[in-house]
Design a protein around this ligand. Structure first.
Ligand SMILES: [Zn+2]
Length: 84
């Protein structure tokens, strides 16, 4: 029984050593920095064509005191024209 424990301990140490060596070889920077853009970004609705897009890509326009987001200036202009 003791033999088995020693063997398991040896395996564990070998594995720990192996991962430590591999980590140092690959620069030790495995975890990528958290990205702010993309999935975490707020999605906005284009009331003109009905598409959803990230707020960073949207064209912002306040129409009659209400803030709206559009996928393009074409949608924005069409929406503003329809509201007039
Ligand atoms: Zn649109």
């Amino acid at each position: 029984m003791i033999r088995l424990l020693i063997f398991m301990l040896f395996c564990f140490l070998a594995y720990t050593l192996y991962t430590a060596v591999m980590r140092s070889l690959s620069g030790g920077r495995k975890a990528p920095p958290p990205e702010k853009s993309g999935q975490g970004e707020n999605m906005v609705h284009d009331p003109q064509c009905g598409t959803y897009l990230p707020m960073g890509d949207a064209v912002e326009k306040t129409v009659q005191g209400e803030k709206h987001y559009f996928c393009s200036t074409r949608c924005r202009d069409a929406f503003v024209k329809a509201r007039k």
